[in-house]
Design a protein around this ligand. Sequence first.
Ligand SMILES: NC(=O)c1ccc[n+]([C@@H]2O[C@H](COP(=O)([O-])OP(=O)(O)OC[C@H]3O[C@@H](n4cnc5c(N)ncnc54)[C@H](O)[C@@H]3O)[C@@H](O)[C@H]2O)c1
Length: 253
Amino acid sequence: MDPLLDYTDKVVLITGAAQGFGKLLAEEFAKRGAKLVLSDYQEEAVIDVAKCIAITGAQAIGMKCDVAKSEECKAMVNNAIDIFGSVDIAINNAGIVHDFMPLHQIDESLMDKQFSVNVKGVQYGMRYQIEQMLKQGSGSILNVSSMAGLCGAAYVAAYGMAKHAVIGLTKAGAVEYAAKNIRINAICPFFSLTNMVTDNANEEMQYKMGQGAPMKRLSDPQEVVAAMMLMLSPANSYMTGQCIAIDGGVSAR
Ligand SMILES: NC(=O)c1ccc[n+]([C@@H]2O[C@H](COP(=O)([O-])OP(=O)(O)OC[C@H]3O[C@@H](n4cnc5c(N)ncnc54)[C@H](O)[C@@H]3O)[C@@H](O)[C@H]2O)c1
């Protein structure tokens, strides 16, 4: 296997792995020799994803973890340690969007929901992942932010604030743990055709959203997953604290 994408025996933990980026990423890691701990608050669906992967011969377990609950994040990391002995790579991918609405209509409960899943959910995951990575003396974490975490995203301000916070967490963590051999980066996709977009925007809206990118289209989720694999490559060992846009050229303007 090309050493750039050789994940043989790496223990990989992915949150929000029942569908979308998380599920596709799990399938890519499985093809490249990783041992997987997959979690999601959709318990049945994530267990099914793990079972389908296990049929291909890879080692994968699926479990419930609502990332907004610190104890469940702890249990997820402990499960990886009990079953596979380490956490080499962790992807804090679980996330939720909200209905398009003007900023002045965003209320307290929407803010709380966004921050409990998209911000606290990432910090809870990092907390226990880093604790284990410090014991191991190595590790790599990828947080899933968004272009809404880099730019002003109109009509999704609460989501945008939460995704900006993920970038703050990523950079702080990268600086704190760089000397401990733990890399921490974030990926910032523009709209991609997972359920998050297809459930909330009809084809006409998707077309218009795509026209907002210099490439004049939205991404296929596999294109985002390919970038995640490259960022997490064991050969990519000097990259930390970076928040990389995968955006068809949007941020180049
Ligand atoms: N699709 C896009 O256009 C896009 C763009 C930028 C960033 N993102 C981010 O990518 C990540 C993955 O989203 P996706 O596009 O694959 O969408 P998706 O909705 O298909 O997947 C999100 C997954 O997260 C899970 N999840 C939600 N809340 C959870 C919680 N509290 N605990 C555990 N799991 C939970 C869902 O069950 C689902 O499996 C999210 O963080 C999202 O914000 C997506």
